[in-house]
Design a protein. Structure first.
Length: 453
């Protein structure tokens, strides 16, 4: 079967036209203007106090960023090619926007929380910090079924730790001392920044860029620079990411480790890519599908075992201490609670199709679960029949696959959309300049010689 050349070309041209308009400034302005409106609406209407506090700070930051981009527009029109409107200036505005819309409100909420405000963090921050304390005291971040049942009913939800054991490491600073800088979000932000910087550096120094699948957008300039910037924006200043890191934050280290793994794949380093995505999988289950797809990519390069040692070995190694200390507690938190069989149910109930089906139809949870399994089987068949041969194809499969899973899960959160959005926007950054791109496996065999065995 041959690939349809028309649809990919149309999608590519459409994305390129939007992304490259006015040297990328048009989309920058739209991003910051939309984000300012989102933050303002959040400050005015959110029922979550940490979200409202974030919105108050972030609205001003996004407005200032939008004004800076408007100034870049004027500079570009008056002096074509001026540095003020170039790629470096766009990076500077992105850094300013992240500092004012994410880091500043994060630090402010951490300081206020250390001073006694109990409404300056989402529940996951408390859960991670408690997990860190239990890890330091008992060798496992998890409470068993009986221990959770003994808690007051209002506290049983916070007794669960629905993360992989590695997430408890972010709670260790608070276990050592109670200060604003030991807030788990501070450490989420530090790791996020360091890992994202490593991903950008990896793409900038990659000697052999690996090209894109014909499905999806491609870079709009000769080089990775503009696409890398767009990918960084999707993981930092996009409102769903900025809000998540400033008020909760546990998803951002997981996401950026996945982005680093894909960058290492683009640099043709399967072993290191496996270690990066394995570290993400040791934090949260959301990284496990990315790990599986990356192993399939590595297998096409005869490096599947090398990638799997890190991608699957690190998460399993992280589970081992908790398994040895208290197996039942591990099962209660990592399996029973996420599957809806805990003492309390997850509050994650965003109105996506899976949740609506589960709550509105007879036997709705069974129907939603069946749709989710069918989607997983379809992706598995695709991976077996046509494994991704490029980092871009890998990122697109991960992005679209996670998007489908999030939409079909009976219990999910709106914030989880940061994963597929960031992965899909990151995909163009994984392709090199046009002259260096290699054809993807999905390209029609009629247009190129058959590959040697």
């Amino acid at each position: 079967m041959t690939a349809d050349p028309d649809r990919p070309a149309t999608a590519t041209r459409c994305w390129a036209a939007i992304d490259s308009a006015a040297g990328g400034l048009a989309l920058d302005l739209g991003l910051y203007a939309f984000a300012a409106a989102f933050a303002g609406l959040t400050a005015a209407t959110s029922t979550l106090i940490p979200h409202r506090a974030w919105g108050t700070f972030a609205t001003a930051g996004y407005v200032l960023a939008a004004l800076a981009v408007a100034g870049q527009f004027l500079a570009r029109r008056r002096h074509a090619g001026t540095r003020f409107a170039g790629l470096g200036a766009r990076w500077a505005v992105t850094g300013f926007a992240w500092a004012t819309t994410t880091l500043l409100p994060l630090v402010a909420q951490s300081v206020q929380r250390a001073a006694g405000r109990t409404d300056r963090a989402q529940e996951e921050v408390v859960v991670v910090e408690h997990a860190g304390s239990r890890l330091a005291e008992h060798g496992t971040p998890y409470l068993g079924h009986d221990a959770i049942a003994a808690l007051p009913p209002a506290e049983q939800l916070l007794g669960y730790t629905p993360y992989q054991p590695g997430m408890a490491l972010f709670g260790l600073p608070r276990a050592a001392t109670d200060a604003w800088w030991t807030d788990a979000r501070i450490w989420f932000a530090l790791v996020t920044a360091a890992v994202l910087a490593a991903a950008v550096a990896t793409l900038r120094t990659a000697a052999t860029p690996v090209g894109p699948t014909p499905v999806g957008p491609t870079p709009v300039a000769a080089g990775r620079g503009p696409a890398v910037l767009r990918g960084v924006q999707a993981a930092t200043v996009l409102p769903v990411c900025a809000l998540t890191l400033a008020t909760g934050g546990d998803d951002l280290p997981v996401l950026t480790l996945c982005l680093l793994a894909l960058a290492l794949a683009a640099a043709d380093r399967p072993g290191r890519a496996g270690l990066a995505v394995g570290a993400a999988g040791a934090l949260k289950l959301f990284a496990w599908p990315v790990a599986i797809v990356l192993v399939c990519w590595a297998a096409t390069r005869r490096a599947g075992l090398r990638a799997a040692l890190g991608a699957l070995g690190l998460p399993l190694l992280a589970l081992l201490p908790a398994l040895l200390v208290d197996r039942d507690a591990l099962v209660e938190n990592v399996l029973r609670f996420p599957l809806g069989h805990g003492l309390v149910t997850s509050p994650a109930q965003s109105p996506f199709p899976g949740h609506l089906i589960a709550t509105a139809l007879p036997a709705g949870r069974v129907v939603a679960a069946a749709l989710l399994v069918a989607t997983g089987v379809a992706i598995a068949v695709r991976l077996l029949r046509r494994p991704p041969r490029t980092a871009v194809a890998t990122a697109l499969i991960c992005g679209y696959g996670l998007l489908a899973a999030i939409l079909l899960m009976p219990s999910t959160r709106f914030g989880y959309l940061l994963y597929p959005i960031a992965l899909l926007v990151w995909a163009p950054a994984l392709a090199g300049p046009p002259a260096l791109r290699q054809p993807d496996f999905q390209a029609t065999s009629a247009t190129r010689p058959a590959a040697k065995a």
